[in-house]
Design a binder for this molecule. Structure first.
Ligand code: RNT
Ligand code: ZN
Length: 421
């Protein structure tokens, strides 16, 4: 460690110790929290089913045309591997089914299997990382009607149920081959632009389709099933079949993981507040940490209040083992490797700030009814020297300190990304 970073860390360590916070413990805890990094930031949710990324559909909008998008699995893996070097600690990758290796052949969603993911599994093994998975219920002609698992057309439903089943098989195999449980997250775009005449029937069909997909039990050491609701989407402004309450009930009933995406609620709602609420009734949740700007826009996550509150709730309530933290954003207007790096480092900084909180002190003040002192301390805590602890964490895990990573990414952009057409 360079002497300045070391000195700053020592001062910070003592300062935190005086508040009863052990920085060494916080550093160790942070190292034990993997972030599931979404592959789709690397290529604007394009996938590899056909050449050239198009509009992913399903109401997902990726804006920007920054050069250097990954066009092949090898390019995406290289970019992801490069981003990982800029990020301290050991993490995971979240894949979507459209990111399989199809070798120029048409393998439809109801035929996809682990064979298309062997390259990813071998690569993940070589890096010592786990994989999480997502069936892809969008970017497909059979999703063009706006309905998939809740479609009134039985053949459409059957097609997507088969895709859901196959995705679970792939995820299970990933869990087995990598020795690390794979979270398989179901999100469907089903909904209506304008006010429906029948809100109930599609929901009943969705319930039946989910039951069919989940008919075979999961081995919880290999596979965890998650379902993700939302409030509205582009083209589904008036009605979303799988809204939050639908899935919350489904998860309580069937012991599945609920996915909470921070872009999927009304902007005045706090997703952080939902974590302790749903964990009273569920064993585990998956988070899709995102940043909506005025709508579910999936901006790169910044170290804002929302992110800090989410991270704080996870660590202060000691539910790290029950909350799977995944990211979900896609920005095509800036360097994509930088977008990954910025977002993951921010998620980790937020977790570290939470881990360094003198929670026992704040809770004691609260229990004594001294809300004045609680507020005073909550605000004073914000300016404690967590940055010095973060720098020490980066050094310890051989990741760049401060903005040094940007120079590395710029070099990669010059030598690799800018050469792509
Ligand atoms: C869409 C959901 C979903 C997708 C990804 C690509 O609103 O958030 O999670 O963003 O699966
Ligand atoms: Zn999401």
């Amino acid at each position: 460690m360079s002497s300045n970073i070391e000195k700053s860390y020592e001062i910070a360590r003592e300062r935190y110790a005086s508040l009863g916070v052990d920085t060494e413990r916080a550093l160790a805890a942070l190292a034990g929290i993997p972030i599931s990094i979404h592959c789709w930031q690397g290529d604007d949710v394009g996938g590899f089913e056909s050449a050239g990324a198009g509009d992913p559909g399903g109401g997902l909008a990726v804006t920007g045309n920054y050069p250097g998008r990954a066009r092949t699995p090898d390019e995406l893996r290289a970019d992801f591997g490069f981003a990982l070097k800029q990020i301290p600690g050991r993490h995971r990758i979240a894949l979507h089914a459209i990111y399989g290796e199809f070798g120029g052949k048409k393998v439809d969603r109801d035929a996809v299997g682990v064979d298309q993911f062997v390259g990813w599994i071998d690569w993940a093994k070589s890096l010592g990382i786990g994989i999480d998975f997502n069936p892809t219920f969008f970017a497909h002609p059979k999703a063009a009607s706006g309905f998939t698992l809740s479609s009134a057309d039985e053949s459409v439903r059957k097609f997507w149920i088969e895709h859901g089943k196959r995705s679970r098989e792939i995820a299970t195999e990933m869990g087995r081959r990598l020795g690390s449980v794979c979270v398989n997250n179901v999100w469907i775009p089903d909904g209506m632009k304008d006010v429906p005449a029948d809100r109930m029937s599609p929901r009943k069909r969705l319930e039946q389709s989910l039951d069919a997909i989940f008919a075979s039990p999961n081995d919880p050491k290999l596979l965890l099933d998650a379902v993700e609701g939302k409030l509205f989407g582009i083209g589904s402004e008036s009605y979303v079949v799988g809204m939050h309450e639908f899935y919350l009930g489904y998860c309580v009933k069937h012991r599945k993981l609920l996915t909470l995406d921070s872009g999927h609620f009304h902007p005045t709602e706090s997703m952080a507040d939902k974590i302790s609420s749903v964990l009273c009734h569920l064993d585990r949740v998956l988070l899709h940490v995102s940043r909506g700007v005025r709508w579910d826009s999936d901006h790169v996550i910044t170290l804002d209040d929302q992110l800090r509150e989410i991270a704080r709730e996870i660590v202060a309530n000691d539910v790290v083992g029950r909350v799977h933290i995944g990211l979900d954003y896609f920005d095509a207007s800036i360097n994509r490797v930088a977008a990954w790096t910025i977002g993951v480092r921010n998620a980790q900084k937020a977790l570290l700030i939470g881990l360094l909180e003198p929670t026992a002190k704040l809770r004691a003040l609260e229990a004594s009814g001294d809300y004045t002192a609680r507020l005073a301390w909550q605000e004073e805590v914000k300016s404690l020297p967590w940055g010095a602890v973060w720098d020490a964490f980066c050094v310890k895990h051989q990741a760049p300190v401060g903005p040094a990573w940007l120079d590395a990414v710029r070099g990669y952009e010059r030598d690799v990304l800018s050469r792509r057409s």
